[in-house]
Design a protein around this ligand. Structure first.
Ligand SMILES: [Zn+2]
Length: 307
């Protein structure tokens, strides 16, 4: 059971060291802000208060909030990450549901709402740079029409790092979030999300194309979703290693009842994949499991194997 005392211990971990552990380069109590396209270090650490604040985009908070926002983790996942990283021992298996729901009720994000108008234009005429083309078409062998449907685009930051931008839309086609993926192999951070972005269930517009009785695949993460789509399936994705929120579960439930869909999944061949499948099956008892063959850790592997 995690106690307020344990949370306080995590919250008191030195913030500059936590930032360093996340991969931020901290110098003179400052770092490049990962929450906006920063060129001069605007993220400032206040060691006395053990907090950070960006004077450009106004992202701010404490240690746990920094991990949540930067790694796109839930509160509990951020605590787990900090606890693993700090070596402190917290028994996460004994987390009570009461505790989780307490946190769902209170607001920890403090972040501004996602400003779609700032970003929507990037996806009107998607542009793929060489790094993005190599990643999508050579490495992942994705279908060009899928890439177009998903409106994937790319850009380079001021340090010359190429990023693949994946827009998240709601069912009505409104932009609700963006995932930026670092296209440099082993580059850090691997993902970035603009402030307030809602990157929960991916590819919701596909729901409008489904006919009653059709099968909808559920993937773990965008890239497996692209492979499933390229293989001719209809698919949505749920972010990996992220606990399903109540809102996500409600959406899936309403789909299963209103559209009489069949749900299917190729769980990743690892512990998080198995956990995600079991969590989903609680919400969707009819969820069909497809087993990946030996040697394929996820559907993308299988897709590449068959090509
Ligand atoms: Zn900022």
């Amino acid at each position: 059971m995690i106690s307020k005392f344990d949370i306080q211990k995590l919250q008191d971990l030195p913030i500059e060291q936590v930032a360093g552990a996340l991969g931020l380069h901290v110098s003179h109590h400052k770092a490049l802000c990962p929450f906006h396209n920063d060129s001069n270090p605007s993220l400032t650490f206040h060691r006395g208060k053990n907090r950070y604040r960006c004077f450009v985009c106004d992202a701010h908070g404490g240690v746990i909030d920094l991990v949540m926002r930067y790694e796109h983790k839930t509160f509990l996942e951020a605590c787990k990450w900090l606890s693993d990283s700090s070596g402190s021992i917290i028994d996460f298996d004994k987390f009570s549901n009461q505790f989780s729901s307490d946190f769902e009720r209170s607001d920890h994000s403090q972040s501004k709402p996602f400003d779609a108008s700032r970003y929507a234009r990037f996806f009107e005429r998607p542009l793929l740079n060489d790094e993005a083309k190599r990643f999508l078409f050579e490495e992942r062998k994705l279908n060009a029409r899928v890439v177009q449907w998903c409106r994937l685009t790319s850009w380079k930051d001021k340090q010359g790092v190429p990023w693949l931008q994946t827009p998240y839309y709601d069912r009505e086609g409104k932009l609700i979030g963006i995932q930026n993926r670092n296209l440099i192999k082993g580059g850090s951070p691997r993902f970035r999300f603009p402030q307030g972005a809602s990157c929960s269930i991916y590819n919701l517009p596909v729901l409008n194309l489904l006919k009653p009785g059709e099968t909808l695949f559920i993937a773990e993460g965008c890239s497996d979703c692209w492979s499933l789509l390229s293989a001719g399936h209809k698919a949505i994705a749920i972010p990996s290693a992220t606990l399903l929120t109540k809102k996500d579960k409600d959406l899936l439930l309403s789909l299963s009842s209103s559209l009489s869909l069949h749900f299917a999944m190729y769980p990743d061949q690892d512990e998080p994949g198995e956990r995600l499948f079991l969590q989903l099956r609680e919400v969707l008892p009819s969820l069909v499991r497809y087993q990946l063959p030996e040697g394929c850790k996820d559907f993308s592997d299988l897709y590449l194997l068959k090509r």
